[in-house]
Design a protein. Structure first.
Length: 145
């Protein structure tokens, strides 16, 4: 159970992110999650959207360099220690975490995290064995209704 994340290279200059989001708005693409990493010359914006395949085509048509990556999204209890518990499960099972970010949804008492790991299948297995169920793209859509 994975979610499709789009990674897009953006020039590191004023207004670049606004231009990118205007394309999403103009195309009626709904953002579900966003993460931005930067370096001196460029940034990488990672987004989860309602329709990743149409979105990537639109972005490529607009001249953006982008790709789709499968990531793991999980719902965890919204309480102190819930994240560290899940991270310990991954670490104890030698699942390498490359990056992570959070997103919000319309569900009380829950927090949501996105994880990019080196081995999705192993991460899904160890999380499931420990009572943490990854969500898929369809599950994610239900969170926003």
């Amino acid at each position: 159970m994975t979610v499709k994340q789009i990674s897009v290279f953006l020039e590191n200059r004023p207004g670049a992110l606004a231009e990118f989001t205007k394309i999403l708005e103009k195309s009626n693409i709904d953002l579900r999650a966003l993460s931005l990493a930067e370096s001196e010359d460029f940034g990488i914006v990672r987004v989860i959207v309602d329709n990743p395949f149409d979105t990537i085509q639109i972005l490529k048509d607009e001249g953006y360099v982008c790709s789709i990556t499968k990531v793991i999204a999980v719902e965890i209890e919204d309480k102190p220690g819930a994240l560290v518990n899940m991270l310990n499960i991954l670490g104890d099972n030698k699942v390498n975490l490359e990056y992570s970010y959070a997103f919000l949804a319309k569900k009380a008492n829950s927090a949501f995290m996105v994880f990019r790991v080196a081995d999705n299948e192993k991460a899904i297995r160890v999380l499931t064995e420990n009572g943490i169920r990854p969500i898929c793209h369809d599950d994610m859509e239900q969170l926003f209704k």
